[in-house]
Design a protein around this ligand. Structure first.
Ligand code: GLA
Ligand code: GLA
Length: 671
């Protein structure tokens, strides 16, 4: 996928809500933005009620003024379509546009995102509004990007109202054609759930006990599609009126209800919002989400659309980022493929639920505050990184990730009902992260030929042809690492027959006869030659069918049974991990596999130092982020010439010191 450069520089700015302030503050804002090197702001995100104060009456005067002031100060606009919250007048006309929860309770107006995606009048009003905004601003030189809606589904990811019930039936009819097919796919002979007529089917509202899991899974799909259709409707209008302006909507990365791989096919550039808790220190999950977001469009650089300068308002205790950390984490994001660092929000709100959320400018508007100073310094630094815009990352390792699998594996009534898909994926990711090994995420059906190693944690669902894809990958010389409880069900959550994991038994050279979950707080041992490791959570009872045991269980009634196996298949091999081993085991296993494929980090560095390499056609950049509080010394390869981009210094020696909580960006001239 080709690069989308919103600006020729790293985008820098944030959400801007000028309607919360009197006009004189707009001038002050624009000046402060200019001083801070801000070049892009997201405007109008919650402005539907202000832009269309009454149905069909539009007021652009205030927004014209705002955008002109911004433009005069060199600030471009990521213009929102303002559809994130329906106005009070809309709710008064259509009270049934308010969403209904699984218990039948209708939610109220008074916060935000209070709409049912399937309300028949919603889409009509959205289209009118979006057309009016796009017509009005299509030729404005400040317009650089469209910000559609905002964090779709962040509060209301599901509605169970009558409009949704009707739309669900239509969606099912399109998917299954006949009621017999639906009965078959959903396995409705279980508990006498057979349907004779589409009208008998409802959303999975509150039921006496476990709802049909296939119905629940399809409701995930249906709600994702319902909300996606709202996006597509807006996109169509924007594309028609402004064919050259990139269109995006901000994702939330590990947000379960929306299948972002599907969404990413329809945005021009991925943008996402990230709020790691400073109390947790090293943001491994943030790194993982950066890699996931970059992978959604096959490595195309993305924008970090929202992060906070200091602290949020929505945790129990909202600890600020200490000095330097906002900058540090911004570079960590750039290292993983971001071409933009943006914030929520520009100026701290005076009123409303987010008035104690941090911002680039505080309530006081003080230019000398720590936060604004850091904002300004970062803005100036980033303006020196134009050369990095569009640079890509090359990864030889991929982790398989699939939203539908996530939905299915966390449905109720499993052998173990506390499995977290994200946590198990992260367990494997962390070992690559710690070793600075570049990693992409991919869907199980994607082309895997550019990878040497593919990791499949908890890939419970294997859909049609995905098994063939994995066969091909291993046959052609790849190494597949697969965890327990993989390859168990089809796309409807029906068990694949033929012994677990039926479709993958030949690649893995084994059969899983029985699942033995391990109770919380308990563990078993993994024995590998003379070494012992801990394992928790799960123990597969494996029957070898060609694979060899790499590790056996050490305790309990299954002591001595194979726990981790390896099997050669075609030119490649597969490693099956029938339990949840401690990190040390995963790390050692990965090190062996990486060494076999000659996969190395860009530099050897001490712990808690991130190094990522980004490539343009003629240059290579190393982004080095020291998360330690102390200085570290690095050794650069002797045969290369680097330039420190931020200081301009040429590095002839091979030793480099990176200060504690500091960053170095090196450019290597390939010529
Ligand atoms: C989300 C929203 C913003 C704001 C921030 C607060 O990211 O998109 O409007 O509410 O959270 O952290
Ligand atoms: C009860 C019910 C059965 C079955 C079992 C499962 O005993 O009568 O239909 O659901 O629970 O444990």
């Amino acid at each position: 996928m080709k690069n989308i450069n919103v600006l020729p520089s790293i985008c820098y700015g944030g959400d801007y809500n000028p309607e919360q302030w009197p006009e004189e503050v707009w001038y002050e804002d624009a000046q402060l933005m200019q001083k801070a090197g801000v070049n892009l702001v997201s405007v109008g995100i919650f402005s539907w009620a202000k832009i269309e104060p009454q149905a069909g009456i539009f007021d652009f005067e205030w927004l014209d003024k705002v955008i002109n002031i911004l433009y005069d100060h060199g600030v471009h606009v990521n213009l929102s379509t303002a559809t994130a919250s329906t106005p009070a007048w809309f709710v008064r006309i259509y009270p049934d546009s308010l969403p209904v929860d699984e218990n039948g309770t209708r939610l109220s107006f008074g916060s935000r995102q209070h709409y049912c995606p399937n309300h028949p009048h919603l889409i009509k009003h959205i289209k009118k509004l979006v057309r009016a905004i796009a017509e009005h601003y299509k030729d404005h030189p400040a317009l650089k990007m469209w910000h559609v809606n905002n964090e779709y589904a962040c509060h209301v990811s599901r509605c169970y109202c009558e409009n949704c019930a009707q739309a669900f039936r239509k969606w099912l009819k399109k998917r299954y054609h006949t009621i017999d097919e639906l009965n078959e796919r959903w396995g409705t002979n279980f508990w006498g759930q057979r349907y004779n007529d589409w009208d008998e089917i409802n959303p999975p509202r509150k039921t006496p006990t476990f709802v049909n899991p296939s119905q629940e899974l399809d409701y995930y799909r249906f709600m994702n599609d319902s909300i996606f259709n709202l996006f597509l409707a807006e996109k169509e209008i924007l594309r028609e009126l402004t064919p050259d302006i990139p269109i995006s909507t901000n994702f939330m990365a590990s947000f379960k209800p929306l299948n972002y791989f599907q969404w990413a096919e329809e945005v021009d550039i991925v943008t996402w919002d990230s709020y790691p808790d400073p109390r947790e220190g090293l943001p491994v999950n943030h790194a993982m989400m950066n890699d996931l977001m970059r992978s959604l469009r096959q490595g195309q650089p993305f924008l970090l659309m929202e992060q906070v300068t200091s602290h949020v308002n929505w945790r129990d205790i909202n600890v600020p980022k200490p000095p330097g950390v906002m900058r540090l984490w911004s570079y960590a994001t750039i290292g993983r493929g971001a071409d933009g660092i943006m914030f929520f929000q520009w100026r701290q709100s005076r009123a409303g639920a987010e008035k104690f959320h941090g911002a680039m400018v505080s309530h006081s508007g003080d230019e000398h505050s720590r936060v604004y100073r850091e904002v300004k310094e970062l803005g100036h630094e980033l303006s020196q990184l134009d050369g990095l815009v569009g640079a890509r990352i090359k990864a030889e390792v991929a982790i398989l990730f699939d939203w539908e699998n996530w939905w299915a594996v966390e449905l109720a009534s499993k052998p173990h009902n506390k499995l977290s898909y994200i946590a198990i994926v992260e367990h494997y990711y962390r070992e690559l992260y710690k070793r600075n090994i570049a990693v992409d995420f991919a869907r199980p059906g994607d082309d895997l030929s550019k990878y040497k190693v593919v990791i499949a944690p908890l890939l419970y669902m294997i859909k049609e042809r995905e098994d063939e894809n994995l066969h091909r990958f291993v046959k052609n010389g790849g190494t597949l690492l697969m965890s327990f409880f993989s390859g168990i069900v089809d796309e409807n959550d029906k068990v694949h027959l033929g012994g677990y994991p039926a479709l993958l038994r030949d690649i893995l050279g084994l059969c899983v006869e029985e699942f033995v979950p391990i109770a919380e707080g308990q563990s078993n041992l993994l024995q590998v030659g003379g070494e012992t490791f801990e394992c928790t959570t799960w123990a597969d009872m494996i029957r070898l069918e060609g694979a060899q045991a790499l590790a056996v269980y050490g305790e309990d009634w299954y002591a001595g049974h194979p726990a981790v196996t390896v099997h050669h298949f075609g030119q490649g091999k597969s490693v099956y991990i029938g339990t949840h081993p401690e990190s040390r085991f995963v790390g050692q296993l990965l090190e062996k596999v990486l060494a076999e494929h000659h996969i190395t980090p860009p530099l050897e560095v001490p712990a808690k130092v991130e190094v990522q390499r980004r490539y343009t056609e003629n240059e290579e950049y190393l982004i080095i982020v020291n998360h330690n509080g102390h200085d570290v010394q690095l050794t650069l390869p002797k045969d290369r010439n680097y330039q420190n981009v931020l200081s301009g210094e040429r590095l002839h020696g091979v030793k480099l010191t990176v200060k504690g909580i500091d960053v170095v960006v090196l450019k290597e001239d390939k010529n």
